[in-house]
Design a binder for this molecule. Sequence first.
Ligand code: NAD
Ligand code: UGA
Length: 459
Amino acid sequence: MAKFKKNILCIGAGYVGGPTMAVIAAKCPDYKVTVVDINKDRIKAWKTDNLPIYEPGLLEIVKKARGKNLFFSTDVEKEIKENEIIFVSVNTPTKTFGEGAGKAADLQYWEKTARNILKNSESDKIIIEKSTLPVRTAEAMERILNSGEKKIHFEVLSSPEFLAEGTAIKDLLNPDRVLVGSRETPGGIKARNEIVEIYANWIPKEKILTTNVWSSELSKLVANAFLAQRISSINAISALCEKTEADVDEISRAIGHDSRIGAKFLRPSIGFGGSCFKKDILNLSYIAESYGLHEVAEYWQNVIKLNDYQAARFVKNMLKSMFNTVAGKKIALFGFAFKANTGDTRETPALAVTKMLLEERAEIIITDPKALHEAKRDLADIKKGVTLEEDVYKAAKGSHAIAIMTEWDSYKTLDYEKIYKSMEKPAFIFDGRNILNHKKLYDIGFNVYPIGKTPLSHL
Ligand code: NAD
Ligand code: UGA
């Protein structure tokens, strides 16, 4: 068997563990990288060309390394024993029960992993938190790991992941920065240097930031909170634009040119979704609250409040423009994924919109190029009023309105003349992502309702 320079293990083969380890393996052919998970189906899928997650460029990267220096396994215990560097990227969802329900991070998967590492270790190890965790979790991890009788030293580090879904491979290959946090002790700094060395195989040194372990843990929550806050800020302004004939896209452009503000993350929408923004802000707010910082907690809570308001406002606008009733009307939702280029639907605003429209007794037809399987799972409890349709033209046929939920590129270039002809009249388009050519649609005959702009209506 080939001898490898380093052996790296990752516990958790999800959206983060799979892609990050595939990139490490591809960029470091002399390291052996193993990814383990308790979910047998997921591991089975990682071994095929039908990967468990959709991410552009992922399959190519996996195929490059799989079987050579990238391996997937369910034998968590054996791999813990055999590896000295262990990344932990298990899920850390919002707690749904007991103390802190609906706010705090649910650390049960993380704690089980820590105990498993302790139980199965026979030599010193570096443990790296890759999951997003509350600040000072490393301390709890150290306590668990050092509670055993074995004379083994565990150095706990934090190296949070900043990839975004849909661009994960690009983000991993060329990140703005990576972060490695450790204790400022000789052992901590030595371990930190070992992890820096891994990233330095393809990431320029100046982009590898090192901090103390608490700053690293908290930076991850803060980065997500700041990004989400920008979306809520521009969405708040979109509501004001609709009242004043200002155009929110023009405002994004105007303020984005200020280098202190920057142009990114100023796209108005029906609200942010995804598995992390909401959960991480709830967690940040909960942590602040637990230190008695009520004003800080409330400040961040408002980012989520505004996000919920934006989806509700979108549905209210639909209702108002469609003569105050959508009961019995067919409404085609274009897109169900929480953003383009992913099949992920976790916390998708499209689900909130679907539920609100169902309350109004509309008939919903959902189409999405990648997320219909997930949509079926998410909507399993809803017995009436929702149909899933792969073909976007069939989804629109006979409908009273189209609502754009996800900014898929393919929706920009559809034959809207054909779609218009197949719809009930008056035909409405509600562009929840401002991706379509509104003037063109209006000229075809649609009544067009963008976000944060004056509607173009024939009525
Ligand atoms: P995920 O649910 O897709 O994957 C987590 C995996 O961990 C699952 O497959 C689960 O079976 C496995 N797991 C749970 N307990 C285990 C155990 N005891 N032993 C072995 N495997 C176990 O989650 P994800 O989206 O990859 O997120 C993981 C972490 O990374 C979270 O903390 C998240 O906040 C963070 N994060 C996610 C993203 C993202 O884009 N999804 C980006 C940055 C950070
Ligand atoms: C986000 C962060 O961008 C990543 O850095 C982070 O690692 C990740 O969360 C995480 O911790 O999980 P992700 O949720 O995958 O990544 O995707 P984003 O591109 O951030 O989009 C999040 C949501 O905001 C989507 O619903 C998107 O449509 C929406 N969005 C984004 C807007 O409404 N407007 C924008 O200008 C940008």
